[in-house]
Ligand binder design. Structure first.
Ligand SMILES: Nc1ncnc2c1ncn2[C@@H]1O[C@H](COP(=O)(O)OP(=O)(O)O)[C@@H](O)[C@H]1O
Ligand SMILES: O=C(O)[C@@H](CO)OP(=O)(O)O
Length: 442
């Protein structure tokens, strides 16, 4: 991972940044996979489960998402030439000269033609498997877009337009993916269905609050709890104008004319096990250790914060104020950590993302004795190329902050303030990570 590049004018700013860095490092796929996957003779251990490799003639690695490359690297390091073949689709694939896993490109947040082509290769690899095949599936956030397999009757352009509408709506990921699962052949358990009767082991890095396996990457290896009716309900609730073939497919599914995604108890999952290897709490825990080492009182407020970013920011400001006024929920000098997935209902045409808006909204109201940093762990917040920002009460004048928020244009004003955190793509993906440092003399 590249260095964070924010100005760090005080020790409190430095602490905030160091906590974030430790958090991201703790969920890098290489570290996560090496900690939970090992090989001893023919025994492959994944988390608390063992698999006897002598029961299989072929071992395949498939999957994708923003951390897919790192998972593939780590699996090649652990399994070496025990891997027979593989296809992993990621936004920035790095060729692996000696590895058996082909690395192919896909795009995020909107699926692309090259992503469809790459995914076709993955689907080909999974066709006609038998029960002596073991499939290791790297399931990481972002794969809904990176690994696109449009359902019959839906073109890529229609899938792209649907994705755009969903992303702009401010809908949470459960709702978003209820639609995506019903317009794809690979999502919503489709990968498991395709691979059956092979054994499938899902290696999951979760970027979904609550680690719902049916939602992470739209659940390629998990039973789908949602229905065509749920997908139609999302379109109605968010008043989404999607291309006709998409609405038609969902309506036909609702009428029983198109097969449903596989549900819990479906035999396609008889030989499927999913292991969540890391999530946002893993990152917050590591961040907290940095705070503890520096002598701060520390608290993980929640790894599950969600909702409109500028509203969640106000709650964090309130926590800082309370800490300074009454010592609740923690006495300064303190580090309060939180994570989760905030969203933004975009109404303007500016540049920004949920973490940038979070910081900008907070900066307008933060007490003097606080520093707040917030990043997307994947290194790219919203539609920007920056991870997030680190702010204090002096970063941006309240009037400027509110004007930029009205345009959803947090990026330029935070750049002007020298407050951006630029990590580049981190190669991993859990959720947003936030650090609030509350300390006299910030
Ligand atoms: N100009 C903008 N300002 C603020 N938020 C934005 C802007 N454009 C898009 N967004 C928001 O970015 C969010 C998606 O980005 P992000 O959370 O980083 O995605 P991912 O889940 O892929 O990491 C959505 O809630 C979307 O509304
Ligand atoms: O792929 C997806 O469906 C989501 C959730 O896992 O990831 P991201 O929000 O990064 O697109």
């Amino acid at each position: 991972m590249q260095e964070f590049d924010a100005r760090t004018p005080t020790p409190a700013h430095e602490t905030a940044i160091d906590c974030l860095r430790a958090g991201v490092e703790a969920v890098l796929p290489d570290r996560v996979v090496r900690e939970s996957v090992s090989l001893d003779g023919d025994t492959l251990t994944v988390a608390d489960e063992t698999y006897d490799l002598s029961a299989y003639d072929r071992i395949l690695v498939v999957g994708g998402g923003k951390a897919g490359d790192g998972v593939a690297d780590a699996l090649e390091a652990v399994l070496g030439d025990r891997i027979d073949d593989g296809v992993v689709v990621t936004p920035d694939p790095t060729p692996s000269p000696d590895g058996r896993i082909e690395r192919l490109p896909g795009d995020h947040p909107v699926p692309s033609a090259r992503g469809v082509e790459s995914t076709r290769r993955l689907v080909d690899l999974l066709s006609d498997l038998d029960d002596r095949t073991l499939v290791l599936a790297a399931i990481t956030g972002g794969a809904s877009a990176v690994l696109p397999a449009p359902a019959e009757g839906i073109s890529l352009a229609e899938l792209q337009e649907t994705t755009d509408r969903l992303l702009e709506s401010g809908a949470e990921i459960h709702d978003l993916n209820a639609v995506r699962k019903h317009v794809s052949t690979l999502k919503g358990g489709g990968l498991a269905r395709l691979a059956a009767p092979a054994t499938v082991v899902g290696l999951v890095l979760s970027d979904v609050v609550g680690n719902d396996l049916g939602v992470i990457a739209s659940g390629p290896t998990a039973p789908d709890e949602t229905t065509y009716d749920d997908a139609l309900d999302v379109l109605d609730r968010f008043d989404l104008d999607v291309p006709k073939p998409v609405r038609t497919r969902l309506a036909r599914g609702s009428a029983g004319d198109v097969p449903e995604t596989p549900k819990p108890g479906d035999p396609v999952f008889d030989r499927v096990t999913n292991h969540v290897l890391a999530d946002t709490f893993t990152a917050l825990d590591a961040a907290r250790e940095v705070a503890d080492d520096r002598g701060y009182e520390s608290l993980i407020l929640s790894s599950r914060v969600r909702g409109e970013a500028r509203e969640a920011a106000k709650t964090h400001v309130a926590v800082a104020e309370e800490s300074l006024a009454t010592g609740n929920p923690i006495t300064a000098p303190a580090v309060v950590l939180s994570g989760g997935e905030c969203t933004v209902t975009v109404r303007g045409d500016g540049d920004g993302g949920p973490n940038l808006e979070f910081c900008l909204a907070a900066a307008a109201e933060l007490p003097d004795e606080t520093v707040l940093a917030s990043i997307d762990s994947d290194g790219k917040d919203g539609g920007t190329e920056v991870a997030g920002a680190v702010v204090d009460a002096s970063s941006v004048a309240a009037g400027d902050a509110h004007a930029a928020l009205a345009r959803n244009d947090a990026l330029p004003v935070l750049r002007e303030a020298g407050a951006l955190v630029e990590s580049g793509a981190t190669g991993t993906n859990v959720n947003d990570l936030r650090v609030l440092v509350v300390s006299e003399g910030v």
